[in-house]
Design a binder for this molecule. Structure first.
Ligand code: OAD
Length: 229
């Protein structure tokens, strides 16, 4: 089977009702995302950080996968599909995709602040100040914040370097290292970038830009890719 890698960003989940980061000027209660999603914010104002992620987690319990997520599942019939997502939602998994790597962490997971190997899945939306791990330290969102390393970037780079097909969906391609992954795809691989406001990408071979919403562009492209095999 040919290897097909999906690189998805916030636009993938936009039609499910999950807001993107930069479309409506990227502010949350007058804070830039970088000011809320950072170790310094956690140090100075953990209540604000908890509230930000609690609201996003609450929303996640109310939304459903969209036509784009569902179409990607069909690709598994004929391709070896690996999804590398910047999204912290679980909509790819809930749609039925099997291999999903979350570069920036997962909203439904929390972890210990003294032992990062202690990761727990929440079955409710609210993480409170005072909620502790089994070693007695505060739990924090299991999210990669600005200024923190991206532990899975090495695995993601290996995955994309073996791709025959790459689908980049709904990302502004401004947050590194995720935005640089496309550069590791083999020159010969066929690449597609689906985003209504697709940013200009230079120096990437065999790239087709599809300026459509994920809910329209992804099912159409998936149908084409399934016919062509
Ligand atoms: P952005 O908010 O930067 O970009 C969202 C992209 O989705 C834009 O290019 C939009 O044009 C596009 N878009 C909007 N609606 C769409 C639709 N219906 N279909 C397809 N595309 C659509 O989000 P990301 O690029 O994912 O990091 O942001 C990257 C990272 O920045 C996030 O993972 C997050 C954020 O800070 C962390 O939380 C660590």
């Amino acid at each position: 089977m040919k290897k097909l890698v999906v690189l998805s960003g916030a636009g993938m989940s936009a039609e499910s009702g999950v807001s993107t980061f930069r479309d409506s000027n990227g502010l949350w209660q007058n804070h830039r995302i970088e000011e809320v999603a950072s170790p310094i914010a956690w140090q100075n104002n953990p209540g604000m950080v908890l509230e930000f992620y609690n609201q996003r987690r609450k929303q996640l319990f109310e939304v459903e996968p969209n036509a784009g997520h569902l179409a990607l599942v069909k690709l598994e019939e004929k391709y070896d599909v690996q999804i590398v997502t910047q999204n912290v939602d679980d909509l790819h998994e809930r749609a039925g995709s099997t291999n999903v790597l979350h570069l920036h962490g997962e909203l439904k997971k929390v972890r210990s602040t003294i032992d990062s190997s202690l990761v727990y899945t929440l079955d409710h939306w609210e993480l409170k100040w005072g909620d502790k791990c089994e070693k007695g330290s505060q739990l924090r969102p299991h999210i990669v914040w600005f200024g923190e390393g991206v532990p899975l970037i090495g695995i993601a780079t290996e995955i994309i370097s073996e791709a025959d097909f790459v689908l980049v969906i709904g990302t502004s391609m401004v947050v590194y290292p995720a935005a640089g992954l496309i550069g590791y795809a083999p020159e010969s691989s066929l690449k597609y970038y689906i985003d209504p406001k697709a940013f200009p990408v230079s120096g990437i071979s065999n790239l087709t830009v599809i300026k459509e919403k994920a809910g329209d562009g992804v099912p159409r492209l998936v149908d084409e890719l399934l016919v062509d095999v």
